[in-house]
Design a protein around this ligand. Structure first.
Ligand code: ACO
Length: 446
């Protein structure tokens, strides 16, 4: 026996063993070991099912409330590295897109995977622009809402209502139909949003102007009064376009997940988008920018900031616009938005709440509570200030988020539909209720 050789062999075996892309799990209940493949640093939850204590056992599941550590899909759309603060659409850094692109070009990139050629962009712009009108019945539908209805409620309902106008949208596996619904949805979202806004003001609806850019036309439908031709302010038009770029997609966030989940039962894209819009409405997601504004108004003065921060640290309040499930660093979108806010304030005048916001950020970024929890400003911290300066009421803020996010939702939906591994989304549960009980007649109940 050559002990040296044995040692070399076992070293090689050890190297082979440790370099295998697999995970060995030992079940201490049974002493059995299982080898589970690792792909992309991930194991498949279904591979755990083979781990059983006896043949009748259902098998092991993973428990992950709120999907903290569960990948739902494989996706090529958006990349985020939350520790470093990186956001890329289809590989392109958000900073470069915000600098050089337009929302419509970015939407094309997100949906089609590549930047368009000039011809492709012209065609795409033409089709989206020529789908901006909504059926006149939508106006009657909106008229049914109370004068102070939240525009997000009106948007959710009217997007769902679009489904009834385009029954062919149910043909979700027909690429041509999907294309058409995409033009329609991206084209009509600003119209529905603007109509909801005009309804709340009691003003007549302003129809789309196809000579204008996507953000320019939106400003036209919102703010046009008696002028024959609305001329958007170029600085505000560009600021809105950049804000739209920044909000176009954000991988598997709450509303994208709603879009995929609802879409997985195969309704038309309008119904799934209504669900995604509803998910966006919540104050922990797209409703946060509205809450930031309310919070800044509540704080009122710079002098009140330390006392407010103290209440947040005591767990009485949340610092809205701070913190993120994925970003444990400065949200790269917040950095760009801070820069745009200066450009908007140059045109519209400085928003007096900005000084309070800057003080909140300054104190929070130095405070141990926020530093240790890696809580940084997120996309919503400064957007509300810009929107307010541009003349939007607070209730329109989440609506302004929903318009550009539509392109991301559709891209996520289409990717899900065409992914052979996807099925109807149906999580498992750990049942913690009663075992079987016998029905108790009313007279015998305590
Ligand atoms: N203010 C104060 N404390 C906070 C905040 C906040 N905004 N956010 C998180 N924390 C604290 C939590 O209380 C928790 O503290 P603990 O460890 O002592 O219990 C810790 O930080 C970790 O927070 P989680 O709640 O575990 O973080 P999670 O990933 O679940 O939540 C979320 C992320 C929902 C965004 C949260 O940070 C939050 O509510 N922020 C305010 C709302 C907001 O701005 N939402 C917009 C997000 S961006 C978007 O959707 C477009």
């Amino acid at each position: 026996m050559n002990p040296g050789k044995v040692e070399t062999q076992s070293a090689t075996q050890e190297a082979n063993r440790t370099s295998r892309d697999s995970l060995t799990i030992t079940d201490n209940r049974t002493g059995k070991s299982y080898e589970v493949p690792i792909t992309d640093d991930t194991i498949r939850a279904l591979d755990l099912r083979q781990i059983k204590v006896n043949a009748g056992d259902f098998g092991m599941m993973s428990y992950d409330p709120a999907f903290n550590n569960t990948a739902l899909c494989r996706s090529k759309i958006t990349f985020i590295d939350g520790d470093v603060g990186i956001l890329r659409y289809r590989g392109y850094p958000i900073e470069e897109l915000a600098e050089h692109s337009t929302y419509l070009e970015t939407a094309y990139l997100i949906l089609r995977g590549e930047l368009p050629t000039k011809k492709q962009l012209d065609e795409w712009t033409y089709h989206v622009t020529h789908h901006t009108f909504v059926h006149e019945s939508i106006k009657k539908f909106l008229d049914g809402f109370h004068y102070d209805a939240h525009p997000m409620g009106m948007l959710i309902s009217s997007v769902a209502a679009l489904s009834t106008f385009y029954p062919e949208a149910r043909d979700i596996f027909n690429a041509e139909s999907r294309q058409k619904q995409t033009w329609r949805l991206i084209g009509k979202m600003p119209t529905l949003a603007a109509f909801a806004y005009r309804h709340s003001l009691g003003m007549p609806y302003a129809y789309p102007d196809n000579d204008l850019t996507y953000p320019g036309n939106f400003l036209n439908m919102l703010f046009k009064t008696t002028e024959l031709k609305y001329k958007p302010n170029p600085a505000l038009e560009r600021a809105l376009d950049v804000l739209f770029i920044l909000h176009a997609d954000h991988e598997q966030n709450c509303s994208a997940n709603a879009m995929r989940c609802v879409g997985s039962s195969h309704p038309d894209v309008y119904s799934a988008t209504a669900a995604a819009t509803a998910a966006l409405y919540g104050p922990l997601h797209g409703g946060a920018n509205e809450e930031v504004l309310r919070m800044l108004l509540d704080i009122g003065t710079i002098a009140n900031v330390p006392a407010y921060i103290k209440r947040v640290k005591a767990g009485e309040k949340k610092l809205m616009g701070f913190g993120h499930r994925i970003y444990k660093n400065y949200d790269p979108r917040a950095r760009i938005i801070k820069r745009i806010s200066a450009e908007v304030f140059d045109v519209m005048g400085r928003n007096p709440l900005l000084d309070i916001a800057l003080e909140v950020e300054r104190i929070a970024l130095e405070d141990e509570y926020f530093v240790s929890r890696k809580l940084y400003p997120n996309v919503d911290f400064y957007t509300g200030l810009i929107y307010q300066s541009m003349g939007f009421p607070v209730t329109m803020f989440p609506v302004l988020f929903a318009i550009p996010r539509t392109s991301g939702w559709i891209a996520q939906w289409e990717e899900m539909l065409l992914d052979n591994e996807q099925k109807i989304a149906r999580p498992r549960q750990i049942y913690t209720g009663y075992d079987t009980r016998t029905y108790v007649p009313m007279e015998k109940r305590a």
